[in-house]
Design a protein around this ligand. Structure first.
Ligand code: AMP
Length: 403
């Protein structure tokens, strides 16, 4: 490995999948990307594309995460597939996305045995995510030994929340002994759009107050004060907050006890709130393209689902605007925030009480690009900023290792 960090591989591993992207940090260009699905299950699939080579999917052998990352590295070094590296040694660093860093990690960390043990200890807080990410790290270390590996945490950006934001009104010992508190998620995305918003607004990062809305299959809304997270809608788990694709978001917690007294198991309730709720439960699809198309046709359930969704967004935005005192801008990002003009239109209409206005014509045409969609007379500008979590992970990896 050279001392200069040029090529950073970003890895996002789950228990049976591994997504990757390669960045040239001199230009911040994405050079290649791909994923391996069905790791360890059989009938694994490998997808790969680069700037000049269209996406190609092929069956592959991926009994474990090491095999998956080897497939990725083989493609990255194979000119016939569009790979632009000469050898594995051209990968200067690997940045790993880790969902949960608990209270331990407010910054990225260079991985060693100690850090891996700490991340493993946090697995009970993210049982569906951290174990898979750890398998990914172990696999990458086997295939790319001697390369620095960095963990970038989804929760890290939110570690600046004050106690009044992150403590639940429950006995303190639940926090002290069991880690019961708000952690928040999508931190890498909220950080990315916060930094970009400061540039767009022409303000120093530490003077910028924002409400950042990451709206996708999973959604969270964050109050950013002086460039740092002040509060966020997700909680101890990514179930809390606004209505999502299949997650209920905030509900009366007593509903869980009520259902359990009526024959539901804890697992049933978990499945109900996480996988059978959200706009899917109300409108029949978790995808806003379907919901908006059904609204257009006059489908009542879809209309209620859309109204309930933007109602829940507005409750957080209104609360955060009040808490921030002054808000420089409301930022929209994520699959819905970047692409669904109908959802944005409905959302901004509900925000009219805050003096927010909509530039309907501009909004209609904004899809995956940066743009201000509020009217010139809006009390708070509303700006769409496409997120790039992978680039943020690459940047954080680069910055940590260049120190
Ligand atoms: P994400 O989880 O950020 O990838 O967001 C995925 C969601 O974004 C999808 O389920 C859709 O609801 C929404 N979405 C993505 N693309 C579009 C589009 N072109 N128009 C409307 N909604 C979209």
């Amino acid at each position: 490995m050279s001392d200069v960090i040029r090529n950073v591989l970003v890895v996002n591993a789950g228990s049976s999948s591994l997504k990757f992207m390669l960045f040239d940090m001199a230009s911040e260009q994405m050079l290649a990307k791909g994923q391996v699905e069905r790791i360890g299950i059989g009938n694994a699939l490998f997808t790969f594309s680069t700037e000049g080579f269209a996406e190609k999917q092929s069956p592959c052998e991926a009994p474990d995460h090491a095999a998956a990352i080897r497939l990725a590295c083989d493609a990255l070094t194979d000119p016939a597939k569009g790979g632009c590296l000469k050898s594995f040694a051209d990968i200067d660093a690997v940045g790993h996305r880790i969902v949960h860093g608990g209270e331990k990690y407010s910054q990225p960390v260079k991985l060693d045995e100690h850090a891996l043990t700490e991340i493993e200890k946090l697995s009970p807080l993210a049982p569906l995510h951290n174990p898979g990410a750890l398998q990914g790290i172990r696999g990458c270390e086997q295939v790319l030994p001697g390369v620095p590996h960095v963990a970038v945490f989804d929760t890290a950006f939110h570690q600046t929340m004050p106690e009044e934001s992150y403590l639940y009104a429950l006995p303190r010992e639940l926090h002290d002994k069991l880690g019961v508190r708000k952690y928040g998620f999508h931190g890498t995305s909220h950080r990315f759009v916060t930094e970009r918003a400061a540039e767009v607004l022409g303000k120093p990062l530490d003077q910028v107050n924002l409400v950042t809305c990451h709206l996708g299959n999973g959604s969270s809304i964050t109050a950013v004060k002086g460039g740092k997270c002040f509060d966020t809608s997700m909680g101890m788990t990514p179930l809390a907050g606004v209505v999502m694709g299949t997650r209920s978001g905030d509900v009366d917690p007593a509903i869980a006890f009520y259902l359990m007294k009526n024959g539901y198991s804890a697992e049933d309730v978990d499945t109900l709130f996480n996988k059978q709720g959200g706009v899917c439960a109300l409108g029949g699809s978790s995808d806003m393209r379907d919901i908006c198309a059904a609204c257009e046709k006059g489908d009542h359930n879809a209309q209620v689902a859309l109204a309930r969704l933007v109602h829940s967004y507005a409750m957080y935005v209104g609360g955060y605007v009040a808490l921030l005192g002054h808000t420089d801008a409301i930022i929209l990002t994520g699959g819905i925030g970047e692409n669904s003009w109908e959802t944005r239109q409905a959302f901004l209409k509900v925000l009219s009480g805050l003096g927010v206005t909509l530039d309907a014509e501009t909004n209609r045409h904004v899809r995956g690009v940066e743009a201000t969609i509020s009217g010139k007379d809006s009390a708070i500008p509303v700006i769409v900023i496409p997120t790039n979590e992978e680039l943020m992970i690459a940047r954080e990896t680069f910055t940590l290792l260049s120190k």
